[in-house]
Design a protein around this ligand. Structure first.
Ligand SMILES: Nc1ncnc2c1ncn2[C@@H]1O[C@H](COP(=O)(O)OP(=O)(O)OP(=O)(O)O)[C@@H](O)[C@H]1O
Ligand SMILES: [Mg+2]
Length: 283
């Protein structure tokens, strides 16, 4: 009788390259040694109560964000979050360092970077004189979006945020929440892969804030990568995969939210890190 043999699994060829169990994570953002110094006017020196003529806002910041994750930047007022996001969005140039977004350099290929990103910040507000619909069309044209795609995208985003009812209302007549939702919709006219939101829920009531954060999770579920700054620890614990804590322009701690909050909640972790960074001084 023929002997039956059983195999435990596929036999690997001796010279076959080893296949990693999991593909390495794809970094959509890699920031390396970002530095930005601002000259301070005499008025600013008075406000900041400093004799120094320069302020190092961001001081050698390196971090990365992986495809399909929500990355949260936390830090006290003046830590350098907005400056970092403005550099990544190519609104200002770093003095030193660089960042690659989808492989494009913010220093050497700012136009390419702009096609990859959506940027939301309270500093850049849509013109109050125009309507959401007009403004959406205007920014779509700047991004060369075909009319049909623009109309489908506008219908989807406006209905998702309930802007459709106010599409032809002057932005100056909209509520704070509706203005913010309009700004979000406009930042997404080109369906960017990488979304940079500076304090996206700032000044919003809990209901509007929830609709914005739910939308961020929807974007993530569609494979988009999101980098946001916030002062709301619970938001980071709830929706962020990873977080970086910036203090005095430097990355004081960076890890997955799960690892950061293994023993304490994020707020307690933040206080510890802040005290350590300030050499144990009182907060
Ligand atoms: N254009 C500028 N000219 C001079 N100083 C600036 C300028 N922009 C930012 N700064 C300074 O750089 C530092 C970092 O500011 P930044 O706005 O990046 O902080 P932030 O972390 O976003 O703070 P917040 O939580 O208050 O928004 C602050 O001291 C700020 O005053
Ligand atoms: Mg800021």
């Amino acid at each position: 009788m023929e002997e039956q043999t059983f195999s435990a699994g596929p036999v690997s060829e001796p010279n076959a390259p080893e296949i990693p169990a999991e593909a390495p994570p794809e970094n959509v953002l890699v920031a390396t040694g970002l530095k930005k110094t601002f000259r301070l006017s005499s008025k600013q020196r008075k406000i900041e109560k400093t004799p120094l003529k320069e302020k190092i806002a961001v001081n050698g910041l390196s971090f990365s964000a992986r495809k399909g994750e929500i990355y949260g930047l936390l830090g006290p007022n003046g830590a350098g979050k907005t400056t970092t996001l403005r550099m990544l969005a190519t609104l200002i140039r770093p003095d030193e360092g660089d960042a690659l977004i989808n492989g494009f350099s913010i220093v050497h290929q700012p136009d390419k970077v702009r096609s990859q990103i959506g940027f939301l910040t309270s500093e850049l507000k849509p013109d109050e004189f125009f309507t959401p619909s007009y403004t959406f069309d205007f920014f779509s044209e700047l991004q060369n979006i075909p009319t049909q795609v623009r109309d489908e995208r506008k219908a989807m985003l406006f209905s998702r945020f309930g802007i459709d009812k106010f599409a032809e209302t002057k932005i100056s007549d909209l509520s704070t929440g509706m203005k913010q939702k309009t700004s979000i919709a406009i930042s997404l006219v080109h369906d960017p892969e990488f979304v940079i939101f500076d304090e996206p829920t700032n000044g919003l009531d809990v209901l509007t804030a929830k609709s914005v954060t739910d939308f961020l999770v929807e974007l993530k579920n569609r494979g988009k990568t999101i980098l946001l700054s916030t002062h709301i620890f619970s938001l980071v614990e709830k929706i962020c995969d990873r977080a970086g804590i910036i203090i005095d322009g430097k990355m004081a701690a960076e890890d997955t939210v799960a690892a950061l909050t293994k023993e304490k909640n994020l707020e307690e972790v933040f206080f510890d890190i802040y005290a350590a960074a300030k050499g144990g001084k009182e907060i």
